[in-house]
Design a protein around this ligand. Structure first.
Ligand code: FMN
Length: 214
């Protein structure tokens, strides 16, 4: 097999990012960028982000999840705490999340500490999900080896069990919040001279802002 992609080339020219105009707080810039991409009509699931963890086997692993909320404290997603990523985080809560918004020629890379959110917050979000997704969370021992027929049978039986009653959130399913320690904003520019602005959280909880070479 020889699939040579060396001619794939694109010039990034849509915008710029200047130290003189960025806000002091990176969450403010994240909010602006998220708002812009989400309202541009160009991007499905602008909240899809790649989460990388350090696994129990020592390898980093990345996978896509959906950002469900962000606040000044951090970025929240939901998952199975017993999944491969859940076990990785229990062992080492240093994680990295990243967004690539192709239409805006923008990337955001966030290093942070993952923590389980409070049970009542996970309960609230679980209750807001469609019934099918709630049952899916119960049926799937995420990341374990499985037969498709087994999960489908389990789903059918649970549909009967819960046909007339609310579905309780399984304790092994809930949210993680990623509290950022470093956030890098990347804006594509011409001639590969991209703009990269990095915010680093200092000991006094202020953000140090620096430009990085592309
Ligand atoms: C667009 C998209 C959104 C996803 N959203 C989630 C999510 O919010 N939570 C989740 O646990 N998995 C989500 N997944 C599935 C994960 O990528 C992954 O397969 C799963 O979490 C198991 O990962 P793990 O075995 O590394 O723990 C999503 C996948 C895609 C492609």
């Amino acid at each position: 097999m020889n699939n040579d992609l060396s001619n794939y080339r694109k010039s990034y020219e849509k915008s710029e990012l200047l130290l003189s105009t960025v806000p002091d707080n990176p969450m403010q810039l994240f909010q602006t960028w998220f708002y812009e991409i989400d309202n541009s009509g160009t991007t499905d699931e602008a909240n899809a982000m790649t989460v990388s963890t350090i696994g129990l086997d020592g390898f980093p692993k990345s996978r896509v999840v959906l950002l469900k909320k962000y606040t000044h404290e951090g970025f929240i997603f939901y998952t199975n705490y017993n999944s491969e990523k859940g076990k990785a985080i229990a062992n080492n809560n240093n994680v990295c999340i990243s967004f690539f918004w192709h239409a805006a020629e923008r990337q955001v890379i966030i290093k942070g500490k993952a923590e389980k959110i409070a049970d009542n917050l996970s309960d609230g979000y679980f209750e807001s999900r469609p019934k099918g997704s709630q049952l899916g969370a119960i049926v799937s021992n995420q990341s374990e080896v499985v037969e498709r027929t087994d999960i489908e049978e389990k789903l059918k039986s649970l549909e009967v069990t819960y046909s007339d009653k609310p579905i309780p959130r399984p304790k092994h399913w809930g949210g993680f919040i990623i509290k950022p320690v470093e956030i890098e904003f990347w804006q594509g520019r011409a001639n590969r001279l991209h703009d990269r602005i990095r915010y680093h959280l200092e000991e006094d909880y202020s953000w140090k802002i620096e430009r990085l070479a592309p």
